[in-house]
Design a binder for this molecule. Structure first.
Ligand code: PEP
Length: 252
């Protein structure tokens, strides 16, 4: 049985005090509700304040970073290492978000290094994959997603894969208000599970949680979550308001 996981990606949007306030309001709405694993991913500089607030208030929400370097330390100006994230209280890390791939040149090989590193340090990687509108219209979705999954998880063992969360985020649906239909999202997430099965065997594939991301809102989340191969959501804009995000978390 795969426990659904719903994560909020706050991108470069909230100062530490605002992040703490968002968590405080979110927890007020969702404490006692444990049907879903909830994770928030504030900007890196917010992690210490949020982590301390969660610890002191016994707030059981996962804390994710939005990116990391794969090395533990070294001459990598501007980067943050997995051990630094752990020290700041992070439990999860988003890897290969389309904004990082498109705006900062992240490659599948880099994503693979980061996924392997996150696992080796005990962080849960949320690995994002997704096609552009042009690729979808050219009928390339299956090839693109298969390549991203195969490369991103290259050389992982079948025992490691169930810890990974894969987020299917069609780029054309991110921040546009135009979510994929539940049927289209299922088609691709089902295909991702088949790819995982081919790569790691059916048992491992069945235990991987696959999220959908792209304009998830309170009014479309239930239909999306009702799909057999969708085990959660990665939510951008709608996670920035505590009451709206809480309605998404309590979708059922
Ligand atoms: C995202 O950036 O991961 C995302 C899904 O954004 P939004 O929910 O705003 O489309």
């Amino acid at each position: 049985m795969r426990k659904p996981i719903i994560a909020g990606n706050w991108k470069m949007n909230v100062l530490p005090g605002q992040a703490v306030e968002l968590v405080r309001r979110l927890w007020a709405d969702i404490s006692g509700y444990d049907a879903v694993e909830v994770v928030v991913c504030p900007p890196c500089v917010d992690l210490p304040a949020v982590s301390e607030f969660m610890r002191s208030g016994d707030i059981r929400i996962g804390l994710g970073a939005q990116n990391m370097h794969w090395k533990e330390s070294g001459a990598f100006t501007g980067e943050v290492s997995p051990t630094m994230l752990l020290d700041l209280g992070a439990t999860h890390v988003i890897i290969g978000h389309s904004e990082r791939r498109q705006l900062f040149g992240e490659t599948d090989q880099g994503v693979n290094r980061k996924v392997k590193s996150a696992l080796s340090f005990g962080l849960v990687p949320i690995m994002c994959v997704g096609e552009t509108l042009k690729q979808r219209e050219a009928g390339e979705t299956e090839g693109i997603i298969t390549g991203q999954v195969n490369c991103g998880l290259f050389e992982l063992g079948p025992e490691e894969v169930p810890t990974v969360v894969v987020a299917y985020e069609p780029i054309w649906a991110i921040g546009t208000g135009k979510a994929a239909t539940a049927g289209d999202a299922q088609e691709v997430t089902g295909m991702i599970r088949s790819v995982l099965s081919g790569q790691f065997g059916q048992q491992a594939a069945e235990s991987v949680r696959i999220q959908y991301g792209g304009s998830v809102k309170p009014d479309n989340v239930s239909e999306i979550m009702s799909m057999p191969d969708i085990d959660g959501a990665l939510v951008g804009g709608a996670s920035l308001e505590a009451d709206v995000f809480a309605r998404i978390v309590k979708f059922s």
